[in-house]
Design a protein around this ligand. Structure first.
Ligand code: GLA
Length: 352
């Protein structure tokens, strides 16, 4: 069904936003640290028009689900909570939002750690900006989208995903200082490109495990007497912390340092080593990997033409990212996937 078939009118505006894959800088954004994502080709598109009645009407083509929302009702669930969250936040900022029809379609895989929710939030806000001629820049859109995620989806996330969806493109890396929001658009390491493979393991524990890691980091920063772990630059400085806070903080401090090295224009070989070290740290110190991700990452790392590989996103399941020699992405992805699925998993190639 298209917009016309669902709502009986033509849409007034259309807007899109991509998913993202993070190359380095995992679990650093809520520590005021550094991240290095890029956009992926898959995106979410929304079409919007004015509703003919008092209600908002949202439709997801992928879920074939229609949700009607009266302004006064409780927050809806599923995809509609993100759309409604964006509307609510714009209202809280003093904007008047009339009842709207929103048609959502998306090619961003859900549950793989590629920010399908950020893509939906950013696309929705872009659509509302254009429908209602709102004065909002791309950073403000990312900030509102992050608030929608925190307040309407219940994940105490940082700002990486929404900034990446709002500002990154597929041809470069977006270096972001999540404290100041200063950023640089950087080329990929010379002669390298990105492969993303989903492990096939859903991110079941992600929300609770994520919020727990965040609380651990805040406690570690408090004990060290700093505003956030970003303020620690020497790994030795965390040695006095009790476990597991020492391990958590060690990951964050070393991960920030890896990002800061990676943006100095290092060779693809060095960039790959930094990715491998990031995975080891996420597995052993931050403890957000699972056996399937470790298996997939190891298979990627052992394959010729792969500079480095790691889990990407929050962890607990989802996807792995690899940096590979230009021109070899497809062959490498097929080869690794065949071996990985041969050991009983149901992985799939997402970007090659
Ligand atoms: C999720 C969050 C981000 C970030 C990553 C981990 O994607 O939404 O803010 O914390 O996990 O790096």
């Amino acid at each position: 069904m298209n917009f016309q078939q669902v709502f009986g009118t033509e849409p007034e505006v259309e807007a899109s936003a991509p998913g993202r894959v993070n190359l380095l800088g995992e679990h650093t954004d809520y520590n005021d640290g550094f991240v290095l994502p890029t956009a992926i080709p898959q995106k979410t598109t929304v079409q919007l028009g004015f509703s003919k009645d008092e209600q908002h009407h949202f439709y997801s083509a992928e879920l074939d689900e229609k949700v009607d929302v009266l302004e006064s009702t409780h927050t809806p669930s599923s995809f509609a909570s993100y759309v409604f969250g964006c509307i609510r936040l714009l209202e809280q900022e003093g904007n008047t939002i009339p009842p709207v029809n929103v048609y959502v379609t998306s090619s961003v895989p859900i549950g793989s750690g590629l920010s399908s929710s950020a893509a939906l939030e950013v696309a929705t806000l872009r659509g509302l900006r254009s429908l209602l001629s709102l004065t909002l820049d791309d950073v403000q859109i990312a900030q509102l989208a992050q608030q929608a995620e925190i307040h309407y989806a219940g994940v105490q996330c940082g700002i990486m995903d929404q900034m990446a969806s709002s500002l990154a493109d597929t041809d470069s890396m977006l270096f972001l200082d999540t404290r100041t929001l200063e950023r640089q658009v950087l080329p990929f390491p010379k002669g390298a490109e990105v492969v993303v493979i989903d492990s096939g393991v859903p991110r079941t524990l992600a929300a609770s495990g994520y919020n727990q890691r965040r609380a651990d980091c805040e406690e570690a920063a408090r004990l060290l007497g700093v505003k956030a772990l970003r303020d620690i630059t020497e790994p030795q400085a965390v040695e006095s912390l009790p476990e597991p806070l020492r391990r958590r903080a060690l990951h964050v401090v070393t991960e920030d340092n890896r990002v800061l090295e990676a943006i100095q224009g290092v060779s693809p070989e060095r960039f790959g080593e930094l990715m491998n070290a990031s995975h080891a740290s996420l597995r052993d110190a931050y403890e957000v990997s699972v056996p399937a991700l470790d298996t997939l990452v190891r298979m990627l790392q052992e394959t010729r033409g792969v500079f480095g590989a790691r889990l990407t996103g929050a962890g607990f399941g989802g996807a792995c990212v690899a940096l590979v020699e230009v021109g070899k992405a497809e062959a490498i992805a097929q080869n690794v996937l065949q071996r990985y699925n041969g050991s009983g998993y149901t992985g799939r190639i997402l970007v090659q």
